[in-house]
Design a protein around this ligand. Sequence first.
Ligand code: 5MM
Length: 340
Amino acid sequence: MSIQIELQATIADLVVKGKGILAADESHPTMAKRFTAINVESTEESRRAYRSLLLTTPGLGEFISGVILFEETLGQKTDSGKLLPRVATDQGIVPGIKVDKGTLPLANASGDLITQGLDGLAERLAGYKEQGARFAKWREVYSISPHNPTQLGIDANAEVLARYAAICQALGIVPIVEPEVLLDGDHTIERCFEVTEAVQHAVFHALHRHGVEVEYIVLKPSMIVPGKAAQRKANPEEIAEKTLVQLRRSVPAAMPGINFLSGGQTPEEATTNLNAMNAMAGNAPWELSFSYGRALQQPVLQAWQGQPENSKAAQNALYKRAKLNGAARHGNYSAEMEKE
Ligand code: 5MM
């Protein structure tokens, strides 16, 4: 199969009406934080049990087209000995892999971060592909302050994202490009708009410079929202309207799909905002979908509590959130559906 046909096939399997992506790629420190909140110790075995529960959820493939896994999960198995990437594939869910190695402060750009992991990336990707991964994910993180992100931070992060994406495509792996503008702070929604627009312009310029074909990437952006501690809150219509204006200004029409991150929004907020966007999108050139981590998993963790006897309830919680976000993909979600 030629590389281009391979990339096209993965895009066709990932960008599907009514479906989105489950982000289950928490690094060890993040997983430890999630488990501590429910008094579960994060060990290789507890992470295996939990992620096995997620992937074996009956019917998950009705609303989930892809799952982002952490390296460790690629080699883990269910209780009955089935490899977890295989469990995903059998549900009609494309397995993907987080390949970045976290962030460090960016020198000479006080307050900005830069993501690590480009060294040896091609070799790692080749191995992940053998283990079943067909797409990858890399996240750059931008904090908002009166001075951040700096222009240096915006340019350096864009360059790294583009280099990652080019390496992925050369190996027939679809890159998810995730420039996450953080929700922390008391900034206004207008400031979030301004920063996100600058960030995405730099990202798409860098992708072009590095010869990345935008037909074969998926963008995973944050929505345009006020900071968590902002005085003025925004309703879903305003969030949807501003996010769509910003995306239309920054994202080429050739790109197939935009899968938002939830970034600390509650599960209900993330679903409501996605729904408002799809209800308002009109003839937008891209599919507007989700690639949520916390907004899909929070209720699952709450229901599970690390107890095997809660597995069914936890799977029901995941199925419900996936289904509601599936409805939001069509602009058909309503708060009433939360009670069903
Ligand atoms: C699931 O969390 C992912 C990994 O995070 P760490 O590297 O910090 O452990 C994260 O990249 C996630 O995919 C995105 O932030 C989207 O998740 P949310 O929870 O924001 O929807």
